[in-house]
Design a binder for this molecule. Sequence first.
Ligand code: AMP
Ligand code: TRP
Length: 346
Amino acid sequence: MNEAVHTSSEFAQRVFSGIQPSGGLTLGNYLGAMKRFVDMQNEGSFETVYCMVDLHAITVWQDPEKLRHATRELCAGFIAAGIDPNQSILFNQSQAPEHAQLAWIFNCVARMGWMQRMTQWKDKAGKNQQNASLGLFAYPALMAADILIYHATHVPVGEDQKQHLELTRDVAIKFNHDYGIDFFPITEPVIEGTATRVMSLRDGSKKMSKSDPSDASRINMTDDTDTIAKKIRKAKTDPDALPSEEQGLEGRPEARNLINIYSALAEQPVGTVLRDFGGKQFSEFKPALSELAVEKLAPISMEMARLMLDSVEIDRILSHGAEQARAIATPILKKTYDIVGMISSN
Ligand code: AMP
Ligand code: TRP
């Protein structure tokens, strides 16, 4: 038994993250995930691998044509937001079969009890767990495989994924322990910034989500200028003026959410935003937020629409990305099989 404990610093600095093509991209995805993927790509100290996790999407029913469309649109979203396919590896999960192959091994490492504790499972399966897919239950083991098949060391995500990343660490620790080898890294979650949990515009206690039945609850990356302005104008608020200090946002979830969104879009600390808007009414703040949101999002949605005109090019980018991804994943899967005791052909 090798006693050394792996720290992520012993592995090459590699970032992996994924987004499900299960509908359109929201402002929450953009600020909580994609914008930070771009920052990590541009920072230059990481190899960056970004994935459209279509195998995760089908854990709940997806219409096949809509899934194909959403996957291409998500790819266009990544590129429009600033992911450069020449600088990052960009691909869809199902084109790299090593994810599903490693996930099977992890299904045999992870315990039922671990999965049963996952809040996303409890939320998504709801009251009728008996009728949820087995894939939905095993979802976090596939997510652990997505990350560990690249020996990724850093995973940027929104706050809602924290528990899944803890499970990823548990899978790596148990695998390494059971087989007596320090093979998988203990991944660092990267949950940073003022927009790790963007809330619904209609209810400051609920996450902004692409699956919320109310379209007014979210800003979609494909919304036009008028729609963005209208949704912000109608966003739920309270009757008070904005505070000048951050403590003044306590107990005011809707105000905090809009300020956080402003802060993340403007790339300014919350304190700076409150210095500018403290004492002002929402009737003055909301138009400023709309203008900022449109200024930042309109170029992205226009570029997405342009890229979507050439689906052949998108598919080419995805299959090239999958080849690059597999070049990393194949030897790691082979070594895993070897550790587990599978006989392979060479
Ligand atoms: P999903 O759309 O569930 O595949 O999420 C993709 C990424 O976006 C994950 O890193 C999530 O944590 C992040 N994300 C989704 N919704 C939000 C939100 N409302 N606020 C912040 N991050 C989010
Ligand atoms: N579960 C993530 C979500 O719903 C998506 C995801 C799948 C992911 N595999 C991943 C995120 C690996 C980070 C790393 O948001």
